[in-house]
Ligand binder design. Structure first.
Ligand SMILES: [Zn+2]
Length: 257
């Protein structure tokens, strides 16, 4: 069985002591492909270093995380643009909006998301959207800018069935992670009604560890627990989950022909 972790921050300092072991554990567990979303100008270097060490397993994406959209947004965004001119990336991200932690830069976050969407169109890449307490704002922007060429994923999806339907109608995927395994998340009820064809798996490690590791550091090997939960909810085999979600990821991010 081959799994794909479509969202993992393996380059962060949480992995300083066991980064290569964590990658080894993932590959051994069947998580053969891992996609790394960028955060800001400081993380891009370490992220690319890691991708160069594992060119057939780990693939970089480029963007500025919405919680890092601050006063210096223009400068940070121009660094994202420059990286895209000189390196190969598999998606634009992560971008999106986060109004949970801080609403100070709400206008800048909107400008940043629109600018990332333009980059996705320019480079013909999918877009990775982080959405927290900001569904309506993001929906409005995507509704205004969507065209046939634009595809992407709502990473760490935790919304309602109506929101899921809207995302699917755009042709976007739902990124499903550890929250699916949390008791009372309600996400199982939503996912029950969504075809596997619209789902990709992710850990968002080192964050959001699934049951039975909830609250601990997360890593890509734990993707299996999310896949097992999804198989249970959809009443299919784990093998089927692995096959369909990896195929969805390959179609979206084109890291393999
Ligand atoms: Zn992330």
């Amino acid at each position: 069985m081959i799994f794909t972790d479509t969202h993992t921050h393996l380059y962060l300092e949480e992995f300083v002591d066991d980064r290569y072991d964590a990658i080894q554990r993932a590959v051994q567990a069947g998580v053969e492909y891992m996609l790394l979303p960028n955060i800001d100008s400081k993380t891009a270097g370490p992220m690319l270093d890691l991708c160069r060490k594992y060119p057939s397993n780990i693939f970089p994406m480029m963007g500025l995380h919405p919680t890092d959209v601050k006063e210096n947004f223009k400068e940070e965004f121009s660094i994202v643009e420059r990286y895209l001119e000189k390196e190969r990336f598999y998606a634009i991200g992560e971008t999106g909006m986060d109004l949970y932690w801080d609403k100070t830069f709400i206008e800048e976050q909107k400008i940043s998301l629109k600018a990332h969407i333009n980059l996705a169109k320019k480079h013909n890449l999918p877009i990775v959207i982080h959405s927290r307490d900001s569904f309506d704002e993001i929906f409005e922007i995507i509704d205004d800018t969507i065209d046939d060429g634009l595809s992407g994923v709502f990473h760490c999806f935790g919304g309602t069935i109506q929101q899921a339907q809207k995302i699917i109608n755009w042709g976007f995927k739902l990124g499903i992670g550890g929250v699916l395994t949390f008791k009372n998340s309600g996400l199982d009820k939503v996912i029950e009604n969504i075809s596997l064809n619209h789902i990709v798996l992710e850990t968002d490690s080192p964050f959001l560890a699934p049951k039975p590791f909830r609250g601990k550091r997360n890593e890509s090997a734990h993707l299996i627990y999310i896949a097992e939960k999804l198989a249970e909810i959809k009443n299919v085999s784990v093998g089927e989950v692995s096959e369909i979600t990896t195929q969805n990821a390959i179609e979206l991010f084109k890291f393999k022909n």
